[in-house]
Design a protein around this ligand. Structure first.
Ligand SMILES: [Zn+2]
Length: 547
């Protein structure tokens, strides 16, 4: 307790001394003279009759002049001399005398000349018979501005950026010509030479191409030279992501020609990109093994909505010139609406037992059907499938046997809705997911016997196999093998060929204009225990029979 009180009293006492010491009138010159010249700044300021203010002079990097005020606090005139040994500092006077209790100003100036960049400090000592004062002077020399500058000196494209730039700066008072070079295979320069006006800047565009590069980070040196004004080298980096970080990459092609489609928008897993000149695109991100929605759109095509996962790489897009109305008519409207199709190649059975007739031609007809079935199946599935087998038998599988198309020869009108004008009949069963389960076809060939009926017989078979592969009747006017009246048609129309290609390069239950259902997407089909059934009776389309 008592010690603390004593410290407090001492502090007050010291403050009183300090206060007194600042009063020049209380200083004793002789006493101060004895203490002068000690060299320390505090010592020089405390008891010396010669004081300097300020004690620190900073010129910074640009200042060139300053001044110090010397004060003589004694009762007699003081002579002083100044000394310093820095080559860069000059004093307005190096000696002088100051009348009693008066002041004098001494100027200082800095000459940086060709000094190296850096910080410089020196002490200026003002000495007198009544003490001395020491002033610290400092200044810096900045690095000289480059005449030619490239900024920034490192450019990193990262893993996805394709464009960047550097700024070229001419710090001289004349125009500068420059040239740029680099030797990587992946960096392109917007220009390799140019000219920059005095004290101006120019932007040099850079672009990176990652195509064909293996994963990794690449660095190249971009060297830009401007003659005697100098040169700079910038490091340019690009990262090519590993395939594990590619969410989706591939090509969009014309549904029918297979040509790449440029400029289409691809939206996948939250990201959007545009196809290049060959229809290719790449979306970077985390690879995904689960199906994500993929949407493709753009001018000149129908929007396609489907599903994809990393590793899928080709998508067909239907051009807007294709009649979606006709396609809906023949392939969708009767089924939900949405397409139905085989998802695995069916086995075709030809029932060799004639129903309701006898004909010496039956063996010929069986041979014809056996020969024609594979071609029609191939065409109606858009060339995606061939029959697993074509089997002639007198004991075909029972009705609605999964995976089968059974073809019968019949003259029993009950097989044709009781209508004598009908010459073919088809029945199709399919699951709720749109996968065809089974099919059966009845052919009424007898009225088209002989060589003259051969093309009509072929027409009936081809039309009925259209039903057996998932098509209904074409009620519109578009030329089609699937018009309800077969007429003289013997093959698929141009529209039918395109429709079949569209039909069998999509999952079942594809809805208009081109939308796949996640529940029916290929690879996720669940067999249905209760297939739906559709059937058609098909007319000859001949005037004599239409009466
Ligand atoms: Zn029909």
């Amino acid at each position: 307790m008592s010690r603390r009180v004593r410290y407090a009293a001492l502090a007050v006492l010291c403050a009183a001394i300090a206060c007194n010491s600042t009063s020049p009138l209380e200083n004793e010159p002789l006493d101060l003279a004895a203490k002068g010249g000690s060299g320390g700044k505090s010592g020089g300021g405390g008891r010396s009759a010669l004081k300097a203010d300020p004690l620190d002079v900073s010129f910074g990097s640009t200042g060139t002049t300053a001044s110090v005020t010397l004060t003589n606090s004694s009762r007699k005139t003081l002579s002083w001399t100044a000394s310093e040994n820095a080559g860069w500092l000059s004093l307005g006077a190096t000696s002088g005398s100051i009348a009693a209790r008066s002041s004098q100003t001494v100027s200082m100036s800095v000459q940086r000349g060709s000094l190296a960049a850096g910080s410089y400090t020196t002490d200026v000592t003002f000495a007198s018979s009544a003490g001395s004062a020491i002033v610290s002077a400092s200044m810096t020399v900045a690095a000289p501005a480059e005449q030619f500058d490239v900024n920034p000196l490192q450019v990193d494209f990262g893993s996805s950026a394709t464009s960047a730039s550097v700024t070229l700066k001419n710090n001289t008072s004349g125009s500068l010509s420059w040239t740029a070079s680099e030797s990587s295979g992946w960096l392109s320069l917007g220009a390799t030479s140019g000219s920059i006006a005095a004290n101006s800047s120019q932007t040099l565009a850079l672009s990176a191409q990652r195509a064909g590069m293996t994963a990794g980070t690449y660095t190249t040196s971009l060297r830009v030279t401007a003659g005697t004004a100098g040169a700079d080298t910038a490091a340019v980096l690009v990262t090519v992501p590993s395939t594990s970080s590619v969410t989706l990459a591939g090509q969009l092609v014309h549904q029918f020609s297979g040509q790449g489609l440029a400029g289409l928008t691809v939206h996948y897993d939250g990201a959007t990109t545009t196809t290049d000149g060959s229809g290719r695109f790449s979306i970077l991100g985390d690879a995904t093994s689960s199906l994500q929605q993929l949407t493709i759109s753009g001018s000149g095509v129908y929007q396609r909505q489907t599903f994809a996962r990393t590793g899928d790489n080709l998508w067909r897009v239907v051009p807007s010139g294709f009649s979606m109305t006709a396609y809906n008519d023949v392939a969708r409207d009767e089924f939900g609406p949405g397409t139905v199709r085989w998802v695995a190649a069916p086995t075709v059975y030809i029932d060799s037992r004639p129903e309701g007739f006898t004909s010496s031609e039956l063996a010929t007809w069986i041979a014809e059907v056996k020969a024609q079935v594979p071609t029609f199946i191939h065409k109606w599935t858009g060339t995606q499938m061939n029959p697993a087998a074509v089997i002639v038998t007198s004991s075909p599988p029972s009705d609605f046997t999964a995976g089968t198309i059974v073809i019968h020869f019949s003259e029993n009108s009950n097989d044709y809705g009781g209508n004598s004008n009908t010459i073919g009949y088809a029945r199709l069963s399919y699951s709720s997911s749109g996968a065809i389960h089974s099919s059966a076809v009845w052919l009424r060939y007898l009225r088209y016997s002989g060589t003259s009926g051969a093309s009509k017989r072929k027409g009936i078979l081809g039309h009925e196999l259209g039903h057996a592969t998932g098509l209904g009747h074409m009620s519109g006017t578009t030329a089609s093998f699937m018009q309800p009246s077969i007429g003289t048609n013997t093959d698929l129309s141009a529209f039918d060929v395109q429709a079949a290609a569209f039909h069998y390069t999509r999952s079942p239950k594809n809805t208009t204009p081109d939308t796949d259902s996640s529940a029916s997407f290929l690879g996720m089909l669940a067999p249905s225990a209760l297939p739906a059934v559709k059937e058609w009776v098909c007319a000859a389309g001949e005037a004599a029979l239409a009466r």
